[in-house]
Design a protein around this ligand. Structure first.
Ligand code: FBP
Length: 545
C-alpha cells in the first residue's frame, strides 16, 4: 500500500500516556454511585451493574496475570482516533501477558452476532497506529439489544476464549454495552464488557467524561475549512456562505467551530429551542444580520448551522415526536413496514394530530418527505439528509426580497461532516484515544464490567491525566425512545449557562457586524506545543475553573 509522507512520519509517533498507566496500577475505588435520574427504575433493570464505584488507577505493585483474550467492536459513525484506541488496547492487553490475544469483530456489533472476526496481530496494528478511520475492522450501526443477539455473541466469545469485550461507541452503543454487561453478569457467562466514549458530536460527556474522542480532530478539520472559506469570502466580498456542520443532535461542533473561527452567524439549536423560535424567527434573525452588513457595504458573510437544528424548533420537535410514535409498531417496538413511500406518507398524515399535520404541511415538500420517510436503525430521523443550509438560504433570500433589503445577496452552500470524521487524529486525540484503549485493558485486568474507560484532566499535559473507569449505569436515566420508555445514557446538549456558550453569546453581535474572522489553518502534528497540543476551546472554557 502506498503511504503519504505524513502517514510514514506519523506512524512513528508514540502517543503519551497518563503517568499512572506507565507502570503497574492498583484501582482506587470511590463510594457507591447512583444513576443521574430514575434511580429506582435503573437499579431494578441493572441489579448486577448498578451502584458500582468510580475507579481511579494509581501506581501499584507489579503482578503476574494469566493471558486474557479480548474482543473489540467499533460501533456507529467514524471518529478520528479509533485506531489508537485499538492500538492502546492491544499494547495494554499484551503488557498484561504477551500471550493474550485481541480479536476485532468486523463491521460493528453485527460482527459479534454473525461471528465475523479477525485476530489483530502486531503487524496489523502497526499499520494503523495514529491513522484516522475505522477501516482496521470497520464499523456498523447494528443495535446490540436483543437476547438472541447476546446469545449468538456468547457462542463466538466462548469459541475464541474471549473474556472481555470492548465496545467503542456513542451514547446508544454504550447504553447497549451496559445492557450486555448486565445480561452476561446475570447469566454468569464470565465475560466482561467495557465501553469507550466515541463520537465527533461531542454529546457523550458529563461530570465523569470530559469529552468524547474525535470531537477535537473533527472540529479542528472543519474550522480549518471554515477559516479558508472566510478568507475567500473576505477576499471576493460577494457571497454569503451557509455552512452546515455535522452533529446529529447537539450543537457542540457548530459552537466549537464558531469559537475557533468567529463567523458572522452561528445558530445554536439548544438556544433556538429555549427561546421557542419558529423557523420564521430563525430566518428573520439571519436576514436582519445580512441586511445590516449590506447597509455597510459588506455583501458577504458566514453562517454556521448545526445539523440537528430542525429537530430543535419546538413545533417541529413536537411533530417528530409524534412521527416516531406513529411509525413504530407498538406490538414489536420496531419500525412499521409500508408498501411504498406514498403509503407511508398517507399513513402519517391520517395518524398525526391536526396541529402537527399543519406544521408538516407548512414545510417545503422535500423536508416534509424527509421527516416522514427516513430513519436510521436506532429510529432517529436522519437529519444529516435534510439540506438545512439550502432551506435557510432560500428562505432568507425570499425574506430579503420581500422587504427590499440586501439586493446583492448571493449564497454558497456547504456541508461539513464526512470531511472530518476520518482525519488523522490530532495529538490530543492520538494521546487521548491511546490512553482510553490502554486504560480499558487495566479495567479488564481488574475484573470490571459495565464500566466506561475514562481519562480526565486532559487540558493539562498528558502525564498529569487521570485514568480510571465509571459505571455506565451512573450516566443513565429513563427516556422515551421510539414509543417506549428505555434506560439510556443522558445525551449532553450545549448548556446555555455553560462557559463556551456564554463566551460566544457575549461576542456574537460584534462578530456579526464586523469581520472578525480567525483562520485556524490545518492541524499541525509536528512543531511547537502551543500550535500542536491545544485542546478544543470548549474544553478550555469548561475546565477554566
Ligand atoms: P455517532 O453518534 O455514531 O458517532 O455518529 C455521529 C454522526 O457522525 C453524526 O454527526 C451524523 O449525524 C451521523 O453520524 C451520520 O451518520 P452516517 O454515518 O450513518 O451517515
Amino acid at each position: 500500500m502506498t503511504k503519504s509522507a505524513l502517514q510514514i512520519a506519523r506512524a512513528a509517533y508514540q502517543p503519551k500516556l497518563p503517568k499512572a498507566l506507565l507502570g503497574p496500577v492498583v484501582a482506587k475505588e470511590g463510594a457507591a454511585t447512583q444513576s443521574v435520574g430514575d434511580q429506582a427504575k435503573i437499579k431494578e433493570l441493572f441489579p448486577n451493574t448498578y451502584g458500582l464505584p468510580v475507579v481511579e488507577f494509581v501506581a501499584g505493585e507489579a503482578k503476574d496475570y494469566e493471558p486474557i483474550n479480548v474482543g473489540v467492536i467499533l460501533s456507529g459513525g467514524q471518529a478520528p482516533g479509533g485506531h489508537n484506541v485499538i492500538s492502546g488496547l492491544f499494547d495494554g492487553v499484551k503488557s498484561i501477558n504477551p500471550a493474550s490475544k485481541l480479536y476485532g469483530f468486523i463491521l460493528g456489533p453485527g460482527g459479534l452476532v454473525d461471528h465475523k472476526y479477525m485476530e489483530l496481530t502486531a503487524d496489523i496494528i502497526d499499520e494503523y497506529r495514529n491513522t484516522g478511520g475505522f477501516d482496521i475492522i470497520g464499523s456498523g450501526r447494528t443495535k446490540l439489544e436483543k437476547e438472541a443477539q447476546f446469545e449468538s455473541g456468547i457462542e463466538i466469545l466462548r469459541e475464541l476464549g474471549i473474556k472481555a469485550l470492548v465496545i467503542i461507541g456513542g451514547d446508544d452503543s454504550n447504553t447497549n454495552a451496559c445492557v450486555l454487561a448486565e445480561y452476561y453478569a446475570a447469566k454468569k457467562y464470565g465475560v466482561q464488557v467495557i465501553g469507550c466514549p466515541k463520537t465527533i458530536d461531542g454529546d457523550l460527556k458529563n461530570e465523569q467524561i470530559e469529552t468524547s474522542f474525535g470531537f477535537d480532530t473533527a472540529c479542528k478539520t472543519y474550522s480549518e475549512l471554515i477559516g479558508n472559506i472566510q478568507r475567500d469570502c473576505n477576499s471576493a466580498r460577494k457571497y454569503w456562505h451557509f455552512i452546515k456542520l455535522m452533529g446529529r443532535s447537539a450543537s457542540h461542533i457548530a459552537l466549537e467551530c464558531a469559537l475557533q473561527t468567529q463567523p458572522n452567524i452561528c445558530l445554536v439549536s439548544e438556544e433556538v429551542e429555549a427561546k421557542e423560535m419558529s423557523l420564521d424567527d430563525v430566518v428573520n434573525y439571519i436576514a436582519d444580520i445580512v441586511a445590516a452588513r449590506a447597509a455597510e457595504g459588506n455583501h458577504f458573510g458566514t453562517v454556521l448551522i448545526p445539523e440537528g437544528l430542525i429537530e430543535f424548533i419546538p413545533a417541529i420537535k413536537k411533530l417528530i415526536k409524534e412521527l416516531n410514535e406513529v411509525l413504530t409498531d407498538p406490538a414489536t417496538g420496531e419500525p412499521r413496514d409500508f408498501g411504498s413511500a406514498e403509503e407511508q406518507i398517507a399513513f402519517v398524515k391520517k395518524s398525526i394530530a391536526k396541529d402537527n399535520r399543519a406544521v408538516l404541511e407548512s414545510l417545503p415538500d422535500d423536508v416534509a418527505r424527509q421527516l416522514c420517510l427516513d430513519r436510521d436503525p436506532h429510529g432517529n430521523v436522519q437529519v444529516s439528509l435534510i439540506e438545512t443550509e439550502k432551506l435557510l438560504s432560500r428562505m432568507v433570500a425570499k425574506k430579503l426580497k420581500e422587504t427590499g433589503r440586501a439586493p446583492k445577496f448571493n449564497a454558497q452552500h456547504h456541508f461539513f461532516g464526512y470531511e472530518g470524521r476520518c482525519a488523522a487524529p490530532s495529538n490530543y486525540d492520538a494521546d487521548y484515544c491511546y490512553s482510553l484503549g490502554f486504560n480499558a485493558s487495566r479495567l479488564i485486568a481488574n475484573g470490571k464490567t459495565g464500566y466506561m474507560s475514562i481519562v480526565k484532566n486532559t487540558t493539562a499535559p498528558a502525564v498529569e491525566w487521570i485514568a480510571g473507569g465509571v459505571p455506565i449505569t451512573m450516566m443513565m436515566n429513563i427516556e422515551r425512545r421510539n414509543g417506549a420508555d428505555k434506560p439510556v445514557i443522558r445525551k449532553a446538549l450545549v448548556e446555555l449557562n455553560g462557559a463556551p456558550f456564554k463566551y460566544f453569546a457575549a461576542h456574537r453581535d460584534e462578530w456579526a457586524k464586523n469581520t472578525s474572522y480567525v483562520y485556524p489553518g490545518p492541524i499541525q502534528y509536528f512543531g511547537p506545543t502551543e500550535v500542536c497540543d491545544q485542546p478544543t476551546k470548549t474544553l478550555q472554557f469548561e475546565q477554566a475553573k
